[in-house]
Each structure stands twice: as C-alpha cells, then as structure tokens.
Design a protein around this ligand. Structure first.
Ligand SMILES: Cc1cc2nc3c(=O)[nH]c(=O)nc-3n(C[C@H](O)[C@H](O)[C@H](O)COP(=O)(O)OP(=O)(O)OC[C@H]3O[C@@H](n4cnc5c(N)ncnc54)[C@H](O)[C@@H]3O)c2cc1C
Length: 420
C-alpha cells in the first residue's frame, strides 16, 4: 500500500508495474499534481488540467495496481491497517508513506485565515480567481487607495516558488491585465516580494540570487529582503518594521513542514516534522514501513537533510520499489543524487545551478527550465497542452487562462484561504 500519489508514491507504483506484487495507491485526490507548475495556474499561464493527471489514468496499464481516492486518517502499524476518513480500512504487507508536506505558517498571525498557500490545483485556482475578482472590483471603484490595495499582491518567501510567482504575476499584470483593464491606467498594479533573509534564493549561489533580484526589479517587482512579516490581515500585511502594505492578495510561499499526520501517529520526527528513517528509508523498528519524499528526514552522504524537492521524492520512490521488488541489493542504502536547482524569472530568464557549481542564466537557462519541466510532466496530453499554452503565451504576450471559475455553487465569493 502506497499512501500519496505525489512524485514519490507514483514512482513506487510505476516501478512495481511488472513485479508480482499487488499495489494499492491511495490519495485524497483522484489525481497527481505537478507542483512545480502550480504557480503558472495561479498566474493564469496554465489550467489545472494541464498539470494534474488522473491517477486511475496513470495506472490504467498497470494490471497489478489499483487507485483508491480516500483520505488516510490513521495507520494501525501493529494490525497493518490503513484507516480512511470514510470509515474504511485497507490492510498491507508493506506500507510506503509519501504524504508530502503542507504549508507552514511559522505561527505568524493571520496566515491561515487570510493568506493563500500553494500546494494544490484548487489553491492555485483560488489565487487566480481571487486576483481576477479583485481587478474587477478595482475597475468599479473610484477610490484610488482601494484600487491600489485590490491590485497589490504580496508574496511572502523569496525561495524558488516565491521568485517564480513574483515573476509570473509581474508579467500577467504588465503584459495582460494592464491591457484588459484600461480603467486602472492611473493605478499600476503592484507585486511585492518579501523575504526574511538578506537575499533571495538562499539555496542558490549569491551571484545567481543577485541576478534574480535585478531581473525582478526590472520587471517592476518590489523586493524587500531582511524583512519579516508580523501579521497578515484581510486586506493588508504588517511587516516587523512597522510598515503596513495594503494588499488584497497575500501568497504564503515562506516554507513547508512535513505532513502533520505522521507526528500525530507517534512516529519519531526531526526538523519541520519530518519522519526519522534509517538508511533504507524504513521507520526504525518497523521493517515493512517506508517513508519517502518530503515527509522523510533522510540524509545525504554528508549527513545533510535531503532537500524537499521532486528529485528527492522520485529517487526515494525508485529505491524503495527496488527493495520491495527484490531487484535491488537488500543491504544497499539510499543515496540521493543532487540534480541541481533552477528557478525561472519570467520570459527568457532563469537561473540554473548544477551540482558541479556550473551556472546557466538568461535565455539558455530559461530553455533548460522549459525542457526539464516538459519532460517531467506526467502524461503526453498534459505535455502537449502545456507546450501549446506556452507557445501561445510567448508569441502573443497573452494568457489564455484568465477566466474566473466560481467553485461555489451559488457563485458566492470564496474566502481568501481555502483548504481542499
Ligand atoms: C509550489 C511548489 C513548487 C515547487 N517547485 C519545485 C520545483 O521547481 N522543483 C522541485 O524539484 N520541487 C519543487 N517543489 C517540491 C516538490 O513538489 C516536492 O518536493 C514533491 O512534490 C514531494 O513529493 P512527495 O511525493 O513527497 O509529496 P507530494 O508530491 O506532495 O505528494 C503527496 C501526496 O499525498 C497526498 N495526501 C496528502 N495527505 C493525504 C491523506 N491524508 N490521505 C491521502 N493522501 C494524502 C496528496 O494529495 C499528494 O498527492 C515544489 C513544491 C511546491 C508546493
């Protein structure tokens, strides 16, 4: 039984396709989400369907696998049972926990109520709806302060997600919405990126971080480093400097913590709630329970925690599948291979850092970013859709996906923060 159809869980199921084992892949959603492109859904570059793929569709050609849509609430490790929210239970011989991570608010008041996280297609869609609704509201207003607040987006967290998001919004505002909303000509929309450390992209070299900051500045993004958020309110953000930014949209990209269920189940956890595992990614004392991906506190050969990135989850999934299938040396330890880091900063610009220390920036980096994301996307249809959308956006300076989809049946406005 594999819990979680993200990068890690899906890799386990796929690798066991031709092996004589029965695989049950459980996820709370009926689809896999390609999280690296969620920000493009939020900024109207892509649709959720382009980056999500039905789990049943993925497993259709796996005769030994079945997909179950259910929310796992408990695990009886002694009885070898996974319990689900609907009261059901599924028994296992071997369990792989790949529940991923959730947004961490670090105790900052108002984040849970007023800021958007970005972990699911639904959250990305809510951000897009919310921003577009606010532009419509601003266009009807005659109060310039209200217009400014309605068309200001504050992104908290200057890691790759925050940087990509800031670039995405800057392009959407400057190239698309400025033309769509002539009523707002005298109130240019604002994108503010707030980072607590003294520079953006802490996991990249200072030179690349500086490149990203300069580029964002050229795109009109206001970057505020060494700045902590003290509180998030319904229509403003309070900074520790005392400054208050009036903004109707706050996106919280400041960090994640491991899924809290594992801790609730009594599994030993380390930093940010990640489950302590041995060198074979097993829960100590439970040889038939593996934990992989963002949920696991696995270490590199240098003793560092493996970063919470897609390659870490995919490599762990492949490794665990090898142990389960018996195709890998049963004594082999998990070795994480660093594949480098990349972040795009809008059209024709990206920063790429390879494990060798080599860096690529500008157009070449951007093309590398596009190619890698296309290759990693699940499903040919999704790849084709994304490619067409990107080509369209690039050639026309347009964004096709800027429609407001009301998810509430009565069409009522959604609250800022939506959890699905
Ligand atoms: C906005 C964003 C951008 C990112 N960009 C990049 C990037 O550019 N490059 C990169 O390498 N990494 C990126 N990451 C990180 C990467 O997506 C994660 O490291 C990766 O998804 C971890 O894989 P996983 O399998 O551990 O968890 P996930 O992929 O998160 O999968 C966890 C799965 O568990 C399911 N689940 C959760 N709770 C339950 C439950 N109770 N019951 C049943 N199912 C449940 C979820 O629905 C989900 O499908 C990004 C992450 C985010 C959020």
């Amino acid at each position: 039984v594999v819990v979680g159809a993200g990068f890690g869980g899906l890799e386990v199921a796929r690798r066991l396709q031709r092996i004589d084992v029965d695989v049950t892949l459980i996820d709370q959603r009926n689809h896999h989400t390609f999280q690296p492109l969620l920000y493009q859904v939020a900024t109207a570059g892509l649709d959720t369907d382009d980056i999500c793929h039905s789990t049943r569709g993925i497993l259709r050609k796996h005769p030994n696998a079945r997909s179950v849509q259910a929310t796992v609430v408990d695990v009886d490790f002694d009885g070898q049972l996974v319990r689900t929210l609907d009261g059901g239970s599924i028994s296992y011989d071997t369990l792989v926990l790949a529940l991923g991570a959730v947004t961490a608010d670090f105790g900052v008041p108002g984040v849970a109520e007023h800021a958007f996280g970005l972990k699911s297609g639904a959250e990305a869609l809510h951000i897009r709806n919310h921003v577009l609704r606010n532009f419509e509201r601003a266009a009807r207003s005659r109060d310039q302060a209200e217009q400014q607040a309605a068309t200001t987006v504050v992104i908290v967290g200057g890691g790759p997600t925050g940087v990509e998001m800031a670039g995405g919004f800057a392009e959407l505002f400057d190239k698309v919405l400025r033309r769509d909303f002539p009523e707002l000509a005298s109130t240019p929309p604002r994108v503010v990126l707030v980072e607590g450390q003294d520079r953006l992209l802490a996991s990249f070299s200072p030179r690349l971080a500086a490149t990203a900051e300069v580029r964002l500045g050229q795109m009109g993004v206001v970057v505020q480093t060494s700045t902590q958020v003290a509180a998030v309110n319904a229509a403003s953000v309070e900074l520790n400097s005392g400054e208050v930014i009036a903004a109707s949209t706050v996106v919280w990209a400041a960090g994640v913590k491991a899924h809290p269920l594992a801790e609730a189940w009594g599994l030993e956890t380390s930093r940010a709630g990640r489950v302590v595992v041995d060198a074979q990614l097993r829960v100590p004392g439970r040889s038939n329970v593996f934990v992989i991906g963002d949920l696991a506190a696995a270490h590199t050969s240098n003793g560092d925690l493996i970063p919470q990135v897609a390659p870490g989850a995919i490599q762990a999934g492949a490794y665990v599948a090898g142990l389960i299938a018996g195709t890998a040396d049963s004594n082999a330890q998990f070795h994480y291979q660093d594949k480098g880091s990349m972040a795009t900063i809008g059209r024709n610009a990206a920063v790429v850092e390879l494990p060798s220390g080599r860096t690529v920036t500008g157009f070449a980096g951007w093309v590398a970013w596009l190619a890698l994301h296309l290759v990693m996307l699940v499903g040919f249809r999704n790849r084709a859709n994304v490619m067409v959308n990107w080509a369209w956006n690039y050639l026309t300076w347009d964004r096709g996906s800027r429609v407001i989809i009301d998810l509430d049946e009565d069409g009522a406005q959604n609250t800022n923060r939506v959890s699905d």
